[in-house]
Design a protein around this ligand. Structure first.
Ligand SMILES: NC(=O)c1ccc[n+]([C@@H]2O[C@H](COP(=O)([O-])OP(=O)(O)OC[C@H]3O[C@@H](n4cnc5c(N)ncnc54)[C@H](OP(=O)(O)O)[C@@H]3O)[C@@H](O)[C@H]2O)c1
Length: 214
């Protein structure tokens, strides 16, 4: 097997699944990890499907063995809990992932959060921020904790902050690294996956948290 060995956490849907497909297409050895990974309606000779909960260290540890890099793309369902909380999945799972990566000396992490997490909230107009916080405030407060933990780790990290996600095809997209260029827009999950795989391939955007939009 040539190329990298990567673990994708949150691989059964969305950006995680798109990343699995893009990485398999490059010939990398990919482990798809999520609570329902074995139900994935996608197979490839380079793909291993591992059922597990990112909150449980004993689930994660064997999947991390011998990996070159981790892609973390967890999500919570769009339901009442978004409004009532508490939401702790992002920060709690990240604590487990960081601890396990440190123990197993896996040094490269690409994590998907979203535009509005961490200091990117400052790029949302105060009026729009009211609505954003009403709907996504609890989730993004936890994503901000997640980002802070990653930034204070010793890993070679990249944080990816997509705008509003679509299931559209891949097309040209913008990688907004500088804070003064950050703004909202739409972006396809396929484009986010393309960015993630490219950043791993080129070892680029280390220590950066770009916003991605079309
Ligand atoms: N929707 C938007 O417009 C938007 C915009 C910006 C950013 N984002 C963010 O982008 C990310 C990806 O979103 P998406 O819609 O592409 O994917 P998604 O449908 O939210 O998928 C989430 C993944 O997380 C896995 N997961 C959840 N809890 C888990 C756990 N405890 N252990 C292991 N795996 C777990 C799920 O698989 P299982 O259920 O099988 O475990 C699933 O594969 C999310 O963080 C989302 O908030 C979304």
């Amino acid at each position: 097997m040539s190329g990298k060995r990567i673990l994708v956490i949150g691989a059964s849907r969305g950006i995680g699944l798109a990343t699995v497909k893009a990485a398999c297409a490059k010939g990398w050895a990919v482990t798809a990890f999520s609570r329902h990974a074995s139900e994935l309606d996608y197979s490839h000779q380079n793909l291993t499907k591992t059922d597990g909960d990112a909150l449980i260290a004993d689930d994660l540890a064997p999947a991390l063995h011998d990996q070159d890099a981790v892609v973390l793309s967890l999500g919570v369902p769009f339901n009442l809990q978004l409004f009532t909380g508490p939401i702790t999945l992002f920060s709690s799972a990240t604590d487990v992932v960081l601890e396990q990566m440190q123990q197993q000396q896996v040094k490269r992490l690409v994590c998907v959060t979203g535009f509005g997490a961490g200091d990117s909230i400052d790029a949302i107009h105060p009026l729009q921020r009211l609505g954003f916080n009403l709907v996504f405030g609890r989730a993004y407060a936890d994503k901000s904790l997640q980002e802070a933990a990653i930034k204070s780790s010793q890993l070679a990290w990249t944080i990816v902050r997509p705008g509003v996600l679509t299931n559209g095809e891949q097309k040209a997209y913008k990688i907004l690294v500088d804070a003064d260029s950050w703004r909202n827009g739409i972006i396809s999950r396929a484009n986010v996956a393309d960015f993630v795989v490219d950043a791993l391939d080129r070892e680029s955007h280390i220590g950066e948290a770009p916003v991605l939009i079309n």
